[in-house]
Design a protein around this ligand. Structure first.
Ligand SMILES: Nc1ncnc2c1ncn2[C@@H]1O[C@H](COP(=O)(O)OP(=O)(O)O)[C@@H](O)[C@H]1O
Ligand SMILES: [Mg+2]
Length: 455
């Protein structure tokens, strides 16, 4: 877990952000610190220099004894406790000033001499830093002018503490925050990976969990699920094609085979052979029709053929079908009334749409008594195109309509030829076109409606 955490990009990112954040906090603080401290330093230095110059002028004017008086006067002034003066003789023994003795273990830094003194502050003994300048002068020999810089040290320490806290806060919040975040993210990636593994191991119905936050992971899971669904549909489609073809073509093929075998065994003259061949031919036609219908349904159900879609005038397609069925309609003493709106454009598969409409018209003819009238309309209704095929035959009982869409389902009228594949083809084509297929009561008869989107 630990190495995984370190490997995870989110963790590395959050670490990087923490560092950037820390630097961006530290940078300005360091600048403020430097500016504050050095400006205070400049002021202190200037004050020491001015003081020294003043005392040197006093020395010139009044001599050594006069300087001792001035220093004593100044050290007696309670207004400026931070000012340090010390006048010493050649052996650095005190002559005047507010230090007890000459500072010994200070550090020389350029023209500045830095040392520490013990001071009592609010009853507590503390050590203060002093910055000072030493002049070697005639007479009393040594003049030290300095400043107690503990105020400056206080400011410096305050700023340093603030920087320290800011940094600690940045790191203290950034790192655990990053770890928490990456745990969460890792957890979700893990769940997706785990689901993918289960799917890979054969549980093809498994899907990724999708939360309701709509974040990147939900979107990823959604598109993975959509992809799995599509693969599933394609596979089911393929399986159904092979299953149906294998299952449903076996008996007509066996039938065909038996017929041929029988002819070979029993036929005596050319006439017998001719008869057998004709029967075999019609068996073969049956098989081919079924095969084609099955393939079309399965392909449409598996969403194949969407890439062959184009802008199609549904009215034109319907008119073509009507024309095709005209002879059959006449033959049965029927009439087909077509009412077709112009420019009924849809995005669709021309050939499959024609096949679907043909199946509806075919059913209307097949299941209506002769002499009846069939109505076919194509209407544009706002964003919808509605294609309706209505007859006044027996219709389909409301509770059987869903069932009628199934493959190889034949309800009443078994004496009419058919394989029970017509409506399943219409349903598959509707699904392929994201269209709705409605079977309604035409009182009497069946009204089949295909609702497509206007393109
Ligand atoms: N227009 C219709 N009127 C009455 N029944 C119908 C109509 N269309 C379809 N059906 C019923 O639905 C069943 C399924 O139709 P279909 O899938 O086209 O198969 P088929 O026409 O080969 O029997 C039919 O067997 C029939 O009983
Ligand atoms: Mg049919």
């Amino acid at each position: 877990m630990r190495s995984r955490l370190l490997q995870s990009s989110t963790f590395r990112l959050s670490l990087l952000y923490t560092v950037i954040f820390a630097v961006s906090v530290f940078g300005p603080f360091a600048f403020i610190y430097d500016e504050t401290v050095s400006s205070i330093d400049r002021e202190i230095n200037a004050a020491i220099d001015a003081e020294t110059r003043g005392l040197m002028t006093d020395l010139e004017r009044m001599g050594g004894a006069g300087l001792i008086d001035v220093v004593n006067e100044r050290t007696a002034d309670p207004a400026d406790l931070d000012a340090i003066y010390f006048l010493a003789d050649r052996d650095k023994r005190p002559l005047a000033g507010n230090l007890i003795e000459w500072p010994r273990n200070g550090v020389q830094e350029g023209r500045w001499y830095l040392f520490e003194i013990e001071a009592v502050e609010g009853g507590r003994e503390t050590s203060h830093h002093i910055r000072s300048r030493i002049e070697v002068i005639p007479g009393p020999y040594f003049l030290l002018v300095g400043r107690d810089i503990h105020e400056r040290d206080k400011v410096r320490n305050t700023v340093r503490r603030a920087v320290g806290w800011a940094l600690a806060l940045a790191l203290g919040l950034g790192i655990p925050g990053g770890v928490l975040m990456s745990r969460r993210v890792l957890g979700r990636v893990d769940r997706i990976a785990e689901t993918a593994r289960q799917i890979n191991e054969g549980d093809l119905s498994r899907r990724m969990d999708v939360g309701d936050s709509g974040d990147e992971f939900d979107r990823l899971s959604e598109s993975l699920n959509a992809m799995l669904d599509r693969i599933d549909r394609l596979m089911t489609g393929m399986r159904t094609v092979s299953d149906s073809v294998a299952h449903d073509l076996r008996s007509p093929l066996t039938h065909l085979r038996n017929r041929i075998e029988q002819a070979l065994r029993e036929a005596r003259d050319t006439d017998d052979y001719r008869k057998a061949l004709r029967a075999a031919l019609s068996d073969t036609d049956r098989v081919l029709t079924m095969f084609n219908a099955l393939m079309t349904v399965a392909r449409a159900e598996a969403d194949m053929g969407r890439q062959e879609m184009e802008r199609v005038d549904l009215g034109q397609v319907a008119a073509g079908v009507v024309e095709l069925y005209e002879p059959l309609v006449e033959e049965r003493g029927m009439e087909i009334a077509a009412s077709i709106a112009p420019d009924a454009m849809v995005r669709g598969h021309r050939q499959l749409l024609a096949q679907a409409i043909a199946n509806l018209v075919d059913n209307a003819i097949k299941y209506s008594p002769s002499g009846e009238r069939i109505a076919l309309t194509v209407a544009v209704e706002g964003a919808e195109i509605r294609l309706t095929v209505a007859d006044s035959g027996p219709g389909i009982a409301a509770d059987s309509r869903e069932q009628a869409l199934g493959r190889f389902v034949r309800l009443a009228g078994r004496e009419t030829p058919g394989y029970g594949l017509g409506l399943s083809l219409v349903a598959a084509v509707a699904q392929l076109h994201r269209a709705t297929l409605l079977l309604e009561d035409n009182t009497p008869g069946l009204r089949a409606v295909l609702v497509l989107t206007h393109a």
